[in-house]
Write a protein that binds this ligand. Structure first.
Ligand SMILES: *[C@@H]1O[C@H](CO)[C@@H](O)[C@H](O)[C@H]1NC(C)=O
Ligand SMILES: *[C@@H]1O[C@H](CO)[C@@H](O)[C@H](O)[C@H]1NC(C)=O
Ligand SMILES: *[C@@H]1O[C@H](CO)[C@@H](O)[C@H](O)[C@H]1NC(C)=O
Ligand SMILES: *[C@@H]1O[C@H](CO)[C@@H](O)[C@H](O)[C@H]1NC(C)=O
Length: 163
């Protein structure tokens, strides 16, 4: 699993932004972030310029408070400040919008805060999320990471299936 994740990450980082013959409207492939314990998380980059690697270790529908993730991307922008917007939808209707500060100048939560445009970040570690039980169902999740200038750093749409 670890080897597979690393391979996926490398592949995601070096994969060219336009494959042969695709042309306008081409989308990034769907990746599996985790598939385990009754939970399946699939995601696709919605940034036309690049794909990124993401995976969750030990995913269960009862999310542990010390969830461990892996995340790799080449930065499109400086990230002195970084924010995450999450929108949750089920059957096309919006059920939740969250906005979460990831990096703030005075309180950098993660080692990669403050990195510059063009640098590659690879983070493997805990998220410090709340303990959370995912109700059964199929959800669409839209995620956007952006900096203090509201420039997109990463964007993804995901499908979460909890059975
Ligand atoms: C992302 O959105 C596109 C367009 O709405 C959709 O076709 C695709 O299935 C979605 N991918 C995932 C992983 O949810
Ligand atoms: C989270 O904590 C539990 C219980 O303390 C432990 O068994 C598990 O290995 C930890 N998971 C991670 C990813 O650190
Ligand atoms: C935000 O925009 C200002 C003005 O254009 C620029 O000086 C600054 O470097 C930008 N910050 C980042 C993190 O891109
Ligand atoms: C979430 O944000 C979208 C877009 O701004 C809005 O249409 C939707 O009603 C919001 N959903 C909730 C539950 O507030």
């Amino acid at each position: 699993m670890k080897g597979f994740t690393a391979a996926l990450l490398v592949w995601a980082l070096i994969s060219p932004s336009s494959g042969g013959g695709g042309g306008v409207g081409e989308t990034w492939p769907t990746h599996v972030a985790c598939r385990d314990g009754g939970l399946e998380v699939l995601y696709q980059s919605c940034d036309p310029l690049q794909d990124f690697g993401f995976s969750v270790e030990q995913c269960y529908k009862q999310l542990k408070p010390n969830l461990s993730i892996r995340f790799g991307i080449i930065l499109r922008e400086d990230i002195n400040k970084l924010f995450l917007d999450v929108s949750l939808l089920t059957q096309g209707s919006s059920i939740l919008n969250l906005s979460y500060p990831v990096c703030e100048e005075d309180f950098p939560r993660f080692s990669f805060c403050g990195r510059k445009k063009g640098e590659q970040i690879y983070y493997a570690g805990p998220l410090n999320n709340p303990r959370f039980d995912i109700p059964e169902g199929k959800y669409q999740v839209l995620l956007e990471l952006y900096n203090e200038n509201r420039s997109t750093v990463a964007c993804a749409n995901a499908t979460v299936i909890c059975s």
